[in-house]
Every structure is written in structure tokens, then in C-alpha cells.
Design a protein around this ligand. Sequence first.
Ligand code: SF4
Length: 331
Amino acid sequence: MNDIGGLVIQKLDESFKAKKKRDRLDRALEASVNHASSIGWLDDCPRHLVLMRLAPGKEEKTEDFDYITEEGHFQEKILGQQLTEAGLAIAPAGPMVSTELQLKGEADWILTEDGLKYPLDGKSCSSQMFREISHYKTSDDLLSSKAIWLRHYPAQMYSYIALYGLAVSLLLFRNKENGKKHAINVPWSSEKGNRYLDGLKEINGLVSREELPAVIDNEGICLRCGFCNSVCYAEGNTPKAAATLIDDDDLRAALDRRAELERFSKEFNSLDKQIKERFDKQPGSWLVGDFIITNKPYNSTTYDVPEEIKKQYAKASARNKFSFKNLAGAL
Ligand code: SF4
């Protein structure tokens, strides 16, 4: 076999795709219930939850998304191993179903500490996302995140608390690049928890009557939804649907960071100009705090070419014009 590397990759890809196909089939078969991991959609778009029940096969997921999810599962296994090695008493949580709420969920583990039990879910993330998450202390911080999937975690944890009949749940984030951890306790809150549970009852009513809530027409959310191009904007009746959805945490974090730096770059340019103007007319060096400022005059040459001569050398070339629209304000 000449291309053993190619064969290995081909076999891995085939096995991955077959597994994902089975997962999707299982998920479609489970459309008779709501899933704890999706309940956070109640805050963003109840229609999404109704579609998950009535048209689960239409939810589009990119191949990148599948690979990220698969990698997340491997990372969670590593986390489980580390928790056990640390002497923490964890056991598989097992699936739980509430027939009353038509709700199914399965936390990763049940942690027992000092006689108390906690549903515990492990979440892996990139370094860039971890930097953002490590500033979060409470479920309210998660709920105000710009990242839709982070906003959905508290609802998932409230669902686990309701399903397992416990008081406090725990989210444990793991940076998949350096293994650092960050924990956020999610205690039961009657106000927030019951809001989700009541919302679920409404979803169940809509599903039984096969009633679909109207589209929310919020591009910040819809472009992150798997039903965008397949159901809600399938006719292409909005330019918003023309964008291709990419599920890439790192790219998202890079764009968030770019937006942060853009703000700093404006401040930098303004301060740079202000400081240089102060020393503009005086060659020399000055010591200010930890900085030496030097202004050294030099000669530069410019060419004052008449417009008609310039035109003779004009050459057209194709360029790309990028624009970055920040949808965060729309959320
Ligand atoms: S595309 Fe928008 S309106 Fe349609 S289900 Fe998704 S989030 Fe809701």
C-alpha cells in the first residue's frame, strides 16, 4: 500500500460520517421529546424548538460542526479521567425523562461530595473562548454572553436540576489546548428555572397542535440556526439567508477579538497623533517615565505628478472588499 496515510484518513472519515448519520437518525427518532441541551432556544426562538420536534430531519449542521462536537466528546472523556484521578466521586448520570414536560436529558456525571449530589457537565473550548469564559462567575454571566451556545448552558443545567431532583448543578469548562479548567455553579433559581419549565409546556402545546410560531427574523440568531436555509428562509426571500453558516469557535473568537482590538486601534491612533504633535516641531530626545521619545528629522522625496500624466499609467485590477458587520447589538 503506497498511500497508507491516505487510507487511514479515508477510513477515519468514513467511520466518522457513518457514526454521525446514525446519531442524526437517533435524534430524529427522539423528536417525541424536548432535549435539555436545546432548551436555551426558548430565550432566542421558540420556533426552533417546535421545528426540532416537528421537522428534526431538516436541521442542517455543517461537517465542521460535527467534527467539533465529536472532538468535544473525546475531551469530556479526558475530563472524566482527570476528575477520577483527582479523587472526586463521579458516576455516569444516566438519561432522565420527564413525561410531564416531555423532556429528556443526560448530564455527563453525578458528582457526590460531602453527601450532596450535583449534576456535572464537562464542556471543552478553545483557548480564545476559554479566555472569555474564565471571566464568567455565574449563570447570569453566561446568559448575557454574545455566544448563543454559551447563553443556552444555564437552561440545560436548570433542566438537569429538574430532571435529577437536585439543588445545584456544575459546569466545568476545559481548555482543550492547555487543559486549564474553570467551574461555574448553577444553583436552582425558581424564577429562571420555572420560566424554562413553563416555556416547555407551551412548546409541547404548540407541538401537539402542530402550530409553528412566526419567524423571529433576527439575523444575529437566525444565521446561527440549522433551520435558517432549510425551512425559515428556504425560498431565499431574504438576503440574510444568502450567508453560509460556519460553526467555528476559533473563527468566532478571532472576530470578537478583532472587534475589541479595533476599538483599541482607534484609541491608539488618536493618542499616537496627540503625542507626536506635541514634539513635532522640535528635534531631540525626551525621557518620560519608562519611555524615550525621539524626534529625528529626515528628508523624504515626493513626486508631484500632474493628473493627466498619472492617468496614462492607470491600471485596473480586481480586489476584494470585505465588511464586518457586528450582529451582537441585535441580540
Ligand atoms: S431561522 Fe430564525 S426564525 Fe427560523 S427557527 Fe431558526 S432562529 Fe427561529
